[in-house]
Unconditional design. Structure first.
Ligand SMILES: Nc1ncnc2c1ncn2[C@@H]1O[C@H](COP(=O)(O)OP(=O)(O)O)[C@@H](O)[C@H]1O
Ligand code: SF4
Ligand SMILES: [Mg+2]
Lengths: 334, 311
């Protein structure tokens, strides 16, 4: 399968008065053409920072991509100038933000906000641009588009606004769409509709999607692969099957236990105790140590190595060490 | 829209009526009359004069006569300069005051906004510090102090501009600077702070994610939103500039309306007091109305024209 995006050893830091926040600490993942990769993790673990880094939208200062590479279609985005990056934003890579209530400019019509990206990047007559805008409104399911184009954001509901945001993101037919918690601000029925819309759009356009969420429930429906993020690192990645049915990392297991599931009706939901570590001075060992029911002495001291359980299923946890496995096996037989 | 404007017009008329009534009451409450000041007129002459100007009538009749003069916009002759009508004075003074006021507003708004944007875009940089120190100075120095300083330095010491009167563009420079600096500083500070806030909004991030140029982001997406608070305080600024013109006209010996206004009060020249008061208040109220219209155009969420669609 062809890779459209490859993120290698990405580090992002923020310099603040209180010290340096190490928000992303060596993230590795890739995205294949046409697939949907979900990045899941508790709030504050660095998901948005990762996606902003790909778009090169980290506010600098205080933020900085301090190390690593982001290879998109063979080009390292971290090496591009701001001007070169502008040719990619909105054209090759688009982004959808969490809150549709604030993502649209209240003083501009929907039509002008839809078309401006198109007109920025392509020589296109205003007539054709309008035609394209109507097409997009239709694609994302907004009835009566002719009238709607002339209206302002406050005349739309949250769900409708998110559809418009999606239309704006897709109007230049990008190859990669990054959706940062696109349904978090919406109520449940609207969430489902928006997720269906993503599926439909991917089917029609073949766009590759990175879906960021803190909610594994959202992911179950549309992700092909899932990366689990914790304290600025990706601690487990695998296909949807692997993550849902054979989770190896105790954090992933904990996350799954805290999601309501239809197939396990009787089971109690148990949130993970404790809070993620302080990213000003993250631990040198496994960052999950303080909350992990399996924590061993080594966990706190040394960061676990990277194990590849299959081509697609990778995990970073000391439980993958042979000696830990033996120990667990013997204690289980006792 | 028509309904709204009609309603506003009615409100304006009521406001002017209240102002006129208060002015009348104050005028009568202040002791003195146009005829009993320095000149010692004899009793009969004074009575005759008062009769001539209807000043012997009961207050209620005088009040109604004033209202009539306002409705017809004919204030009759000035008592102190009987060869001229109040309308003559207004017609001569207004264009000059208007010129001073409008040039001041334009200068204050444009330079204030530019300064505010530059400071916001170079947040915590040199330009920001210089612009904001300048703004603090501008806000804290009263315009009459600034006027005196400008005359002393730029006109008397360095001879760059004429020190007074109103006859060429060069004559405008000092009074406009003196009058515009305060409002400009207020606008600059406000533009800067709202601009900084607007630049952190999600829709600005979204505009960047579209790959728009920084220029487009600032002028198309940020500025309109950042200017809304500026438009909101425009009413207060306009009132300030208007009253400022009295002082500045006096200092620079500019033959505008302000002089007649101030003199008429000192001399109890009732028709001129009424005429200038009505004129100033009508003008200010009309400007405030324009500000509201501008606000409605800037912010589509404020509906003054038609009922919005909704879902
Ligand atoms: N502009 C910033 N300045 C300082 N710290 C930041 C900034 N943006 C993000 N961070 C920090 O980076 C960490 C990750 O944030 P984020 O990626 O937004 O989390 P999430 O996974 O919820 O999207 C957080 O600890 C946050 O405090
Ligand atoms: S490395 Fe240790 S602390 Fe971290 S998840 Fe694995 S067992 Fe738990
Ligand atoms: Mg986030």
């Amino acid at each position: 399968m062809e890779k459209i995006l490859e993120v290698n050893d990405l580090h992002v830091t923020f310099t603040t008065y209180g010290g340096t926040v190490k928000a992303v600490r060596g993230v590795n993942f890739h995205l294949n053409k046409g697939e949907t990769l979900a990045i899941v993790g508790e709030s504050g673990c660095g998901k948005s920072v990762t996606s902003n880094a790909i778009m090169r939208l980290i506010p600098d200062p205080p933020g900085k991509i301090s190390n690593g590479s982001i290879i998109f279609n063979g080009k390292d985005l971290t090496k591009l100038t701001e001007k070169e990056m502008r040719q990619i934003r909105g054209v090759d890579i688009s982004m959808i933000f969490q809150d549709p209530m604030t993502a649209l400019n209240p003083t501009l019509t929907i039509g002008s906000q839809l078309i401006e990206g198109l007109r920025q990047h392509h020589k296109i007559s205003s007539e054709n641009a309008k035609k394209k805008a109507l097409e997009m409104m239709d694609l994302v399911g907004i009835p009566n588009p002719e009238v709607r184009l002339k209206q302002y954001p406050h005349q739309f509901s949250g769900g409708m606004r998110q559809r418009i945001v999606i239309a704006i993101a897709l109007i230049c037919e990008p190859e990669l769409l990054i959706a940062d918690e696109p349904t978090t601000a919406l109520d449940v029925t609207i969430q489902a509709q928006i997720l269906e819309l993503f599926e439909k759009i991917q089917e029609r356009t073949g766009v590759s999607i990175i879906l960021i969420t803190h909610d594994l429930g959202v992911v179950a429906k549309i992700a092909d692969r899932i990366a689990v993020m914790y304290a600025g690192k990706i601690i487990e990645v695998g296909t949807k099957r692997e993550i849902f049915y054979e989770p190896e990392h105790p954090y992933t297991q904990g996350l799954l236990k805290s999601v309501p599931r239809l197939d396990l009706k009787g089971e109690k939901l148990t949130p993970i105790d404790g809070t993620p570590p302080d990213l000003f001075s993250p631990p040198t060992g496994c960052p999950f140590t303080a909350r992990c029911p399996f924590a061993m002495e080594v966990c706190d001291k040394v960061y676990p190595f990277h194990s590849e359980l299959s081509d697609t299923h990778h995990v970073e946890c000391w439980l993958q060490d042979e000696r830990a496995k033996q120990l667990l096996a013997t204690s289980a037989t006792k | 829209m028509a309904r709204y404007i009609l309603k506003r017009l009615l409100m304006m008329i009521i406001t002017i009526w209240i102002i006129v009534t208060l002015t009348f009451v104050l005028m009568k409450a202040v002791p003195g009359s146009p005829f009993n000041e320095e000149r010692t007129t004899n009793e009969t002459v004074q009575a005759n004069l008062e009769a001539h100007y209807n000043l012997d009538e009961p207050y209620i009749v005088q009040y109604l006569l004033y209202l009539k003069s306002i409705v017809t916009f004919d204030f009759g002759p000035s008592i102190k300069q009987p060869t001229e009508t109040v309308n003559d004075l207004l017609g001569r003074g207004f264009p000059i005051s208007f010129e001073l006021g409008i040039v001041t507003i334009i200068v204050a708004v444009i330079s204030g906004i530019i300064l505010g944007i530059l400071a916001a875009l170079r947040h915590n940089g040199i330009i920001d510090y210089v612009a904001m120190s300048f703004a603090v100075l501008g806000i804290s120095i009263p315009n009459f102090v600034l006027a005196t300083l400008l005359i002393q330095k730029l006109a008397v010491d360095w001879g760059l501009f004429p020190p007074a009167t109103w006859s060429s563009p060069a004559h405008m420079v000092l009074p406009v600077i003196a009058l515009a600096t305060g409002p400009m500083a207020i606008i600059a500070r406000l533009t800067r702070s709202t601009m900084l806030e607007v630049l952190t909004q999600d829709y600005i991030k979204m505009a960047r994610a579209k790959g728009l140029s920084p220029w487009k982001i600032v002028f198309k997406h940020a500025l309109k939103n950042a200017l809304m608070p500026v438009v909101t305080i425009m009413g207060t600024l306009l009132a300030g500039i208007l009253t400022g013109t009295f002082v500045i006209e006096k200092i620079f010996a500019i033959p505008g309306m302000g002089r007649y206004f101030v003199e008429s009060i000192n001399q109890r020249d009732y028709p001129v007091i009424m005429g200038t008061t009505v004129f100033y208040s009508a003008f200010l109220i009309f400007m405030l109305f324009l500000v509201d219209i501008a606000y409605g155009i800037l912010d589509p969420r404020i509906k003054i024209h038609k009922k919005g669609g909704g879902e």
